[in-house]
Write a protein that binds this ligand. Structure first.
Ligand code: 1GP
Length: 250
């Protein structure tokens, strides 16, 4: 198994803290300077890395200027979380090389990946193989990715997809409820996946409160992704509380 430095670092942090947090910056309409400031504050609060992505974003120049500003402001790894093959930038450290496993459209399962693969190689990006699974309607990514969302009341379906991801060699699985949705991934779905999946388990979408993050961590998530929180002016106190409380609760 070839594990690159970014993945190694994330795994070390997970070993140390139990559950860690990644900040997701949606680079669409985010001025680079502001992105740098947010990333800096998030680093001070204890996030373990910065994800940069956006399900409807497609401007590579905008993406690269945001990454440059973030890299000037933090020492954390900057990881691409692309919604399409246009948003791959040589300036990032790694990429969540994702297949949207429960899409109805093969484009999002393997074709977009084929279109992006040579750029990932050319740019020397560390590729982290990840199964991406949408639960519920999935908000914007559910719509764009033509996901057949896992019914939240059927945790076993999520477990089946996660185990399939593992058998296909994916070391990460991301359970996605959708950015800004009203209900996050339920603990029953996370724990069903946790029981069968041996890799790094990410959960994100709709996590806004400390108790919600703790619930997700206790159910077995290794990484919690927060995105919408960073649109709030004064996100630091809540982020501090979340990070403090998700540690060591597995
Ligand atoms: C979206 O899971 C992430 O891909 C983050 O979701 O914006 O709801 O925090 P939020």
């Amino acid at each position: 198994m070839i594990i690159g430095p970014v993945e190694r670092r994330l795994r070390e942090e997970i070993d140390k803290y139990g559950t860690i947090c990644l900040a997701l910056l949606d680079f669409e309409n985010l001025p680079p300077k502001k992105a740098g400031m947010i990333a800096h504050s998030a680093e001070e609060c204890g996030v373990s890395g910065i994800l940069i992505g956006g399900s409807t974003a497609a401007d590579q120049l905008e993406l690269t200027s945001v990454i440059e500003a973030v890299k000037e402001s933090v020492k954390l790894p900057v990881i691409l979380f692309p919604g399409n093959p246009f948003t791959i930038s040589p300036k990032a450290d790694a990429i969540l090389f994702s297949s949207l496993l429960n899409s109805d459209n093969p484009y999002f399962i393997s074709q977009a990946q084929a279109l992006g693969a040579l750029s990932v190689k050319k740019y020397g990006l560390e590729a982290i193989p990840m199964g991406y699974i949408v639960v519920g309607d999935g908000g914007a990514i559910g719509f764009i990715g033509r996901a057949r969302g896992i019914p939240p009341s059927k945790p076993n379906l999520a477990a089946m997809y996660a185990l399939a991801a593992q058998y296909m060699g994916m070391r990460f699985v991301y359970l996605e409820a959708g950015s800004g949705v009203t209900s996050h991934i339920s603990p029953s779905v996370i724990s069903a996946v946790r029981k069968v999946f041996n890799g790094v388990l990410i959960a994100g979408g709709g996590i806004k409160q400390v108790n919600e993050a703790v619930e997700v961590a206790k159910a077995g998530a290794d990484i919690i992704v927060l995105g919408t929180l960073f649109e709030e002016e004064n996100f630091e106190p809540k982020l501090n509380e979340i990070i403090k409380n998700i540690r060591k609760c597995k």
